[in-house]
Each structure stands twice: as C-alpha cells, then as structure tokens.
Design a protein around this ligand. Structure first.
Ligand code: ASP
Length: 325
C-alpha cells in the first residue's frame, strides 16, 4: 500500500473507532428531561415513571426538570436551543402539535427543531369538578355552565395545554365562553380544584384517577371511546351526551435537532425498554393509561404522529380564530 493510502486507511480506522467508542460511551453523565409543565401534574407523573426506568437501563441518572409556561412552549423552546448531545430531552404532549398554530411567533420551528425519540403514551381526558359543584352529570354541567357563565370557572394549564383544548371543546358544547383560570400545569390546578378555588377542570386520567376514586372531586365523563377499567362508573363523553368530545392526549419524547443518530437510537431503545417495564406498565394501568407499543416508541412513529396532528389541528384552530399571541 502506498504511504498516502496507508495513512488514509489509518485515519478511517481511527474515525470509525471514535464513532464506535462515542456510541458505546453514551451516556456518560446525567440526562435531563424537560417537562414543560409544573411538577405533580400528568406530564410530570408519566415522565418521572419513564425516566426512573430509563435510568436503570442507561446506567446514568435521568432527572426531570420542570420548565413551565405558555402552554408548554417555554420548555420546548429551551430544549430546541439546548446542546444536541443527548443530555437534554423533552417530553411534551399534543400541545407540541397545537402550539404550532396557536402561537404565531414560536421561537422554534415545530417540525424541524427536534429529533424524534418516540411516542410515550396516549392518555384519555376526564371532565371533573370540585366535590360540591351542584350538577351531577355532564348534561346538567353544560346547563349549569350556560346559566352561570360569568360565575363558573374552568382551570387550564395555559393556551396550548391539553386542558385548554379540552376546555375549548367543552365551551363549544356549552355554546358560550366561560371564565378560564390559567395555571403553570394541571398539578397546581388540581390543588385548587380540591381546595374549591376553581370549579371545573378537564385533565388527563393520570392526574385525576386517584382523586375520582377517592371521591375528593366529581367526575362527569371520560373522553375515551369506552369506559376505563379503573373508573368503571364514569361514563364516556358519548354516553353522557357529548359524542364530539372523544380524544386522547398523546405524549412524545424529543431531542434537540442535530442529536447524533446513534444517540437517538439508544434513547429510543431505552424508552421502549422502559415502557415494557412491569412497574411502569402497572402504574400506567392504575392511572388509566397504556404505554406506547414498541412500534410506537420509535422516531418514525412520533414523526408521523406529529406531522399528522399539526395538519389536523391547524384548520380547526384557524377556524376558531383564537391565537395565543
Ligand atoms: N397535561 C396538562 C395539560 O396540558 C399540563 C400538565 O401536565 O401539567 O393541561
């Protein structure tokens, strides 16, 4: 072999070695998952369960950082700008798709600012009220909200949050707007619902199941097509007379654009392992949700989901003409 060719071959071997060593070495330190809502809420709960299990698989600490504000877009912006090295990740729900239209001045480009790790879970919503709220079923709640539109208050986690979307659908069923109270997440909103400072909340089962079971709040309906095993007495929205309110709140895990493909692949694998962890599956079941399947917890599935959901919600939001800015 000529000297130049020998040199080139040696460089290539070294480079390959470095890539392999990089992939093997990752992760070498703590990974942070940004949750764009307050601690104690549904996105936080789901992410902490998954993070604990991923940490066992990855052999490094995986911690959750709550960066709340603007319906989740504050945390998403932070991750879009983070170093793309696999040490900063994001778990954001359906709001990732709706905020693309709701916020006309987003500081990041939703479909191009992230690498996709995979889908995490799809959680039904529940329409709940404070324990002593007068109406006992969804139809009476709609009538009550109509009659008391200036008095009754509806909590949400900011424009773009799942609770905001669900609240908008509820208001369109009521046929009028009611007073909304924004929080940094539905964790703090639930605290105020329990304390009677706010009347109604529309939130994921991951945040409401325990309280419904304990009788500390009133449940009016669940937005899934069938009743849930953990909440057998709660009717579906269809049974309760609002068939248009059927939907689920899906969550995805993202990394900043430019995160190396081998690192993203390692994270997807780890997410898939976490979602099959019997402890995670059991806790998800108790909270009325199911982990994403192995095929769903992939970059391809999340990319397809996000693209589909951005297109699905765009005309709906544009027709409503309600923007966050
Ligand atoms: N998931 C909640 C919502 O969108 C927010 C949260 O997780 O705290 O309303």
């Amino acid at each position: 072999m000529k000297r130049v060719a020998k040199f080139a071959a040696a460089v290539a071997v070294l480079a390959l070695g470095a890539v392999a060593a990089g992939a093997q070495a990752y992760p070498e330190r703590t990974i942070t998952i940004v949750v764009p809502f307050a601690a104690g809420g549904p996105t936080d709960t789901v992410t902490r369960l998954v993070a604990e299990s991923m940490s066992k698989d990855l052999g490094q600490e995986v911690i959750v950082e709550n960066v709340a504000g603007a319906g989740g877009t504050t945390g998403a912006s932070q991750v879009a700008e983070a170093e793309p090295d696999g040490y900063t990740l994001l778990v954001y729900h359906i709001g990732m798709a709706t905020s693309a239209t709701l916020y006309r001045n987003l500081p990041y480009d939703t479909l191009n600012a992230f690498e996709y790790v995979g889908l995490v879970t799809d959680v039904p919503m529940t329409i709940v009220g404070r324990k002593d709220l007068e109406p006992n079923d969804l139809k009476s709640l709609v009538d009550y909200a109509k009659a008391n539109k200036d008095k009754v208050s509806l909590a949400n986690a900011g424009i773009g949050a799942a609770s905001h979307l669900c609240g908008m659908l509820f208001m369109s069923a009521v046929g009028t707007t009611i007073v909304t109270v924004p929080y940094k997440g539905t964790g703090p909103a639930m605290t105020d619902l329990l304390g009677g400072q706010v009347d109604i909340l529309c939130d994921q089962t991951t945040n409401t199941t325990k309280q419904i079971q304990g009788g500390t709040i009133k449940a009016y309906a669940v937005t899934s097509p069938a009743r849930l095993d953990v909440l057998p007495d709660v009717p579906t929205t269809e049974e309760a007379g609002l068939p248009g309110m059927q939907f689920g709140i899906w969550h995805g895990m993202y990394a900043p654009k430019g995160t190396p493909p081998d690192v993203v692949a390692r994270l997807s694998k780890s997410l898939q392992i976490a979602l099959k962890d019997p402890n995670v599956a059991a806790r998800f079941a108790e909270l009325g949700t199911k982990p994403a399947t192995e095929a769903e917890a992939t970059p391809e599935a999340l990319k397809a989901k996000l693209e589909g959901e951005v297109s699905r919600w765009k005309p709906i939001i544009e027709a409503a003409g309600q923007y966050a800015d």
